[in-house]
Design a protein around this ligand. Structure first.
Ligand SMILES: C[S@@+](CC[C@H](N)C(=O)[O-])C[C@H]1O[C@@H](n2cnc3c(N)ncnc32)[C@H](O)[C@@H]1O
Length: 250
């Protein structure tokens, strides 16, 4: 049984097109950096959420895709969508924890993870998931990075609290190499992937959520927290952003 905070959290995030920054165009651009995604290719999408990027992978490639997330309603929604599109034979979503995946070694040619590897940390994710890859397998993921040194105090305090593991793009690229991967390509997500695809719809949810929980201090506190994240982004987004990385296992 989820606790009240978790319930409120998922209510606030319900009905969003995606659960983090990203866009269909960026998913396609990253997929374009991966060679040879044929009909026999197998993709694992980790932390799929409601599957915005999973569906892009499914329509942009003939591969078979398994998508996992810990939140059962997201998995149900994605499986429903796969059935509606008639692609349930090559897109299956299941509830699983990215920290303890039990697929056999070499099960996948490509591991995808948009806006979710932070849940276990980049190094742990890349090292643990490597055994799941076939020979010459690839990994694509997004991760928040510092873009400029010396962020203002408010911005630094926000990230030190929310995700102290944030580092510069250069440091991230060095870290993935140290985990045994070669960088095939990387690019920053544009600010439209934060605002149009994520924060603008979230901003609408925050307003409606505040209205329907007018007398609940815990719900208002959660709305304040999300609003602060958006406000920090409006004020300081030049200092940080998501980087999309495509890697090849060495
Ligand atoms: C920021 S959202 C990104 C979702 C989606 N990839 C997107 O970009 O819209 C992170 C996702 O990771 C999932 N998640 C969190 N911890 C997880 C875990 N241990 N294993 C699998 N999924 C997890 C959450 O339920 C959520 O759907």
């Amino acid at each position: 049984m989820p606790d009240r905070v978790t319930e409120l959290f998922f209510e606030l995030f319900s009905g969003l097109p995606r659960q983090g920054p990203g866009s269909a165009a960026d998913t396609r651009r990253a997929l374009g950096l991966v060679p040879e995604i044929g009909r026999r290719a197998r993709i694992l999408d980790i932390g799929c959420g409601t599957g915005a990027q999973t569906l892009v992978l499914a329509v942009s490639s003939p591969a078979c895709i398994v998508a996992i997330d810990t939140h059962p309603p997201f998995i149900d929604a994605l499986n429903r969508e796969a059935r509606r599109l008639g692609i349930e034979d090559r897109l299956q979503a299941r509830v699983a924890d990215m920290g303890s995946l039990d697929f056999a070694d070499g099960s996948f040619d490509l591991i995808w993870c948009e806006g979710a590897i932070y849940n276990v940390g980049v190094e742990r994710g890349l090292r643990d998931w490597r055994r799941l890859l076939s020979r010459n397998g690839h990994v694509a993921f997004t991760e928040v990075c510092w873009r400029k040194p010396s962020p203002p105090a408010e911005c630094l305090a926000f990230w030190n609290r929310e995700y102290p593991a944030i580092r510069s793009t250069t440091a991230l690229l060095e870290a993935v190499e140290a985990c045994g991967y070669a960088v095939v390509g990387h690019f920053p997500l544009p600010s439209s992937a934060w605002w149009d695809d994520y924060y603008r719809p979230l901003q609408r949810n925050i307003s409606a959520f505040r209205e329907s929980h007018r007398d609940a201090p815990d719900a208002q506190a959660l709305a304040d927290q999300c609003q602060h994240e958006i406000d920090v982004w409006h004020a300081h987004s030049e200092f940080y952003g998501y980087e999309f990385l495509v890697l090849k296992a060495r």
